[in-house]
Design a binder for this molecule. Structure first.
Ligand code: CP
Length: 315
């Protein structure tokens, strides 16, 4: 693997999940692989899980890690060519990416969607510009449109709890006071394309995700109907995609509760975290033994380790 930007068909997700599960059983098995290699983690947005799990994954492979909060600690970066840089942006991506490449053997980047400029968000300007000008592999730690490391962790978690029958898996929108990006939902949908499951998306009208990503996946606008006989319910908020970045409704009718889960087949509950309790889901869902959220967070380490190992193996 050269870069890890998104879930693509040539990734062989099932093999990657297998590799992650093997690493989980013996995390230090390849601790010499990354010796004298440096992973640079560049954060344009906050993080708990991604930051710590990716660091841990790198350390398990023997790598050194450098972390930088670009939004508060680095010079503001200009991405356009030919700009007269007389404003707030002091450093051009052409130099920044080449300089960082001299210090790091792999660079991982988190840069969320602005949710104000759809075209710019979809061009993945931060991630793609680093990829263009860096001379080392680039890993996506959540970009404007994708969170593939989360999706790999989710695939591992699903596999660990896979029932003996073909499961029904529901991705349900939930309310949230802030406009949130589509990255987690997009990557979950992409990941589900390779799973042998009945997959359904449920959300209020107006919250349709990018059709290029959801193509062929049934959308049920009635959450109660969608939840019937579900084996897994993955909850996530996202802002409107068509009315880009807007919150169309904030009422709690779509909050997931234990009462709603009574219609399911004793469904396991999943969420990428962080989560706003009693807004997105009720306490009784979060605290119930069927919640997989802590296990998902744990699997972030092995997802990242499998990805880093593939990149190191390729070098
Ligand atoms: N799920 C996830 O990416 O968590 P963080 O935003 O805390 O990294």
């Amino acid at each position: 693997m050269k870069n890890f930007i998104d879930l693509t068909e040539d990734l062989d997700l099932h093999k990657l999940v297998q590799e992650a599960q093997t690493l989980k059983k013996d995390p230090y098995a390849h601790e010499a692989l990354g010796k004298r290699k440096v992973l640079g983690l560049l954060f344009f947005n906050p993080s708990l899980r991604t930051r710590l799990s990716t660091q841990k994954a790198a350390k398990l492979l023997g790598m050194e890690v450098m972390v930088m909060n670009f939004s508060s600690e680095a010079w503001a970066i200009e991405y356009e060519d030919g700009t007269v840089m007389s404003g707030l942006r002091s450093e051009h991506i052409r130099e920044a990416a080449q300089v960082v490449s001299q210090y790091c053997d792999i660079v991982a980047i988190r840069a969320f969607a602005s949710l104000t400029d759809q075209e710019k968000d979809e061009s993945e300007i931060v991630l793609r510009s680093f990829q263009k000008y860096a001379s080392v592999p680039i890993v996506n730690m959540e970009s404007a449109t994708a969170h593939p490391l989360q999706a790999v962790a989710d695939a591992i978690t699903l596999k660990e709890h896979w029932p003996s029958h073909k499961p029904k898996i529901v991705l349900s929108w939930a309310p949230h006071p802030k406009a949130l990006p589509h990255a987690v939902a997009n990557s979950f949908v992409k990941m589900m394309a390779s799973q042998e499951a009945d997959f359904v998306i449920t959300h209020p009208k107006g919250y349709e995700l990018d059709e290029k990503i959801t193509k062929g996946v049934p959308i049920v606008y009635d959450q109660e109907e969608a939840l019937k006989n579900a084996d897994f319910v993955y909850v996530k908020n996202w802002a409107s995609y068509q009315d880009y970045g807007k919150i169309l409704r904030t009422d709690d009718q779509w909050m997931l509760t234990r009462k709603k889960l009574e219609a399911t087949n004793h469904a396991k509950f999943m969420h990428c975290l962080p989560i706003r309790r009693n807004v997105v889901v009720s306490d009784d869902v979060m605290n119930h033994e069927s919640s997989l959220v802590i296990k998902q967070a744990n699997n972030r380490t092995y997802a990242a380790q499998a990805v880093l190992k593939r990149i190191l193996d390729n070098e």
